[in-house]
Design a protein around this ligand. Sequence first.
Ligand SMILES: Cc1cc2nc3c(=O)[nH]c(=O)nc-3n(C[C@H](O)[C@H](O)[C@H](O)COP(=O)(O)O)c2cc1C
Length: 220
Amino acid sequence: MTTNSEKKWDTLKRNPKLPTPTPVDREIILDENAILLSITDTRGVIEYCNEDFVESSGYEEYELVGSGHNVVRHPDMPRVIFKLMWERIQKKQNIIAFVKNMAKTGRYYWVMTDFVVKENEKGEVTNYKALRKPAPKEAIQEITPLYKRLREIEDLNGIEASEKFLKGFLDAKNTDYDTYVERLITDNLGNISLSSASKEVSKTTEKKKGSFFKRFFGIE
Ligand SMILES: Cc1cc2nc3c(=O)[nH]c(=O)nc-3n(C[C@H](O)[C@H](O)[C@H](O)COP(=O)(O)O)c2cc1C
């Protein structure tokens, strides 16, 4: 059963004019320099997406623009991750997440996604922006079994149970969601170069401020 407290965002059905692909267990390897950008309205309807986003999704630009962002939703993604993401951005806070997306062909690609809130001068939210880079392989190796457990829990006992499990999982590691995800990224960046600002930030214990991609890669 879906209650209001579980899902505040879902007014959008997957665009019925686009067929839902059957998942294919084959990864799409993204160019390591790719930056996949999309901008949505406050309901998550895509208003703009860049060439890297279009290309990796396998859809045409005209199929994406005007569609809800769940057009690329992969059934392996735990709902609790989107719940967390919507709760944050609706509070005007940013968040970073590992997301497995499904292309039009049914194949998948993993990204690390930085969600940023856009406001007007009156402080009203106008848009959400998502910046994505290919996710480090080692991070995906760690996150895949966690997501699988979350999905299984959700399937059997609902999102409240998976939310509690995620909390317990993080508590057991003496960490919180943001610290855990940032550590997974920074520990596994390999050759990806960090901006000089990020090196300054990582030296301090100061509360993290601003978008992760801005701090770590110098892009926003
Ligand atoms: C800026 C922005 C970017 C998003 N990017 C993705 C994405 O890349 N993949 C995805 O599955 N959902 C993305 N979402 C979340 C979707 O809107 C949706 O909540 C999610 O796919 C779950 O779909 P469902 O509610 O139909 O289960 C994004 C939302 C916003 C606001």
